[in-house]
Design a protein around this ligand. Structure first.
Ligand code: NDP
Length: 255
């Protein structure tokens, strides 16, 4: 098999949570470009359908499954729908996430719970629900979208629960990777730096100094710069890699 062939995902089935926007959409397109059938699992049905249309245009099977990742029953039903319509799941990308900026002293319990439910608990639930199927089949790759925020404290905005959730995602990645290593289920994470999407107010002048000028590469990323790494982690190109958190941050965490 040639090196390029190891990236091929023809015949594989992938789920991307939050696959209708930003980084998730770019990953869904990337997985489709290397031949995977893709299910988009997010809440906004219009954006889900639009994405599915674009994925089908790439010549692969694609479906939308309206899913709120904070709900265990919706995640279970998503797994079952994908399995019956596309086949058992080979690749799970836990990408859905929300951002929130708030000083610690002003943060409500509701906002803390909302961020944890979406950015950490949902990664756990989806991994458990889809991981059960992967472990019983003896194959699978789970890719969690963490963040530089799981390694460092961002400036100038404060967002303790976001950062704590992402640090939790990184360690959840390692914990499940260790537990499922002998089951041939690999679990890895990507920790992006600043990427231009709906979640990051990247163009606001008050953030420019911290989010662009302080990045060694002096810019932010496009979502399409994160997708190839997800394809790598999804495919047999990374067959001996598990429990890794790959930083893609233009060098931000070097300083
Ligand atoms: P976007 O806002 O563009 O995308 C977020 C996605 O998450 C949307 O598709 C949204 O779909 C989905 N989502 C949010 N809540 C839920 C929910 N309860 N159930 C299902 N889907 C949900 O942001 P990004 O692309 O930037 O974010 C993607 C991931 O990348 C997040 O985990 C984020 O933390 C991470 N990240 C982003 C960085 C950046 O600079 N942009 C840097 C580092 C990490 P819908 O609303 O339709 O449900």
């Amino acid at each position: 098999m040639s090196v390029l062939d190891t990236f091929n995902l023809s015949g594989k089935v992938a789920v991307v949570t939050g696959g209708n926007s930003g980084i998730g959409k770019a990953i869904a397109v990337g997985l489709a470009q290397v031949g995977a059938a893709v299910a988009v699992a997010a809440r906004d049905e219009e954006r889900n359908e639009q994405t599915v249309k674009e994925l089908r245009g790439l010549g692969v099977d694609a479906i939308a499954v309206r899913t709120d990742v904070t709900s265990r029953s919706e995640l279970t039903s998503m797994r079952d729908q994908v399995t019956s319509q596309l086949g058992p799941i080979d690749v799970l990308v836990n990408n859905a996430g929300i951002g929130i900026h708030s000083d610690a002293l002003a943060l409500s319990d509701e906002d803390w719970d909302r961020v944890m439910a979406t950015n950490l608990d949902a990664v756990w639930k989806a991994s458990q629900i889809v991981g059960e199927q992967m472990v019983s089949r003896g194959q699978g790759s789970i890719i969690n979208i963490g963040s530089i925020s799981g390694f460092i404290v961002n400036r100038p905005q404060w967002h303790a629960p976001y950062a704590i959730a992402k640090a939790g995602v990184h360690h959840l990645t390692k914990s499940l990777a260790a537990e499922w290593a002998t089951k041939n289920v690999r679990v890895n994470a990507i920790a992006p730096g600043y990427v231009k999407t709906g979640i990051a107010d990247i163009d606001l002048p008050e953030y420019r100094h911290y989010w662009v000028d302080e990045v060694p590469m002096q810019r932010y990323a496009a979502p399409e710069e994160i997708a190839p790494t997800a394809v790598y982690l999804a495919s047999s190109a990374s067959s001996f890699m598990t429990g890794t958190v790959l930083l893609i941050d233009g060098g931000y965490t070097l300083w």
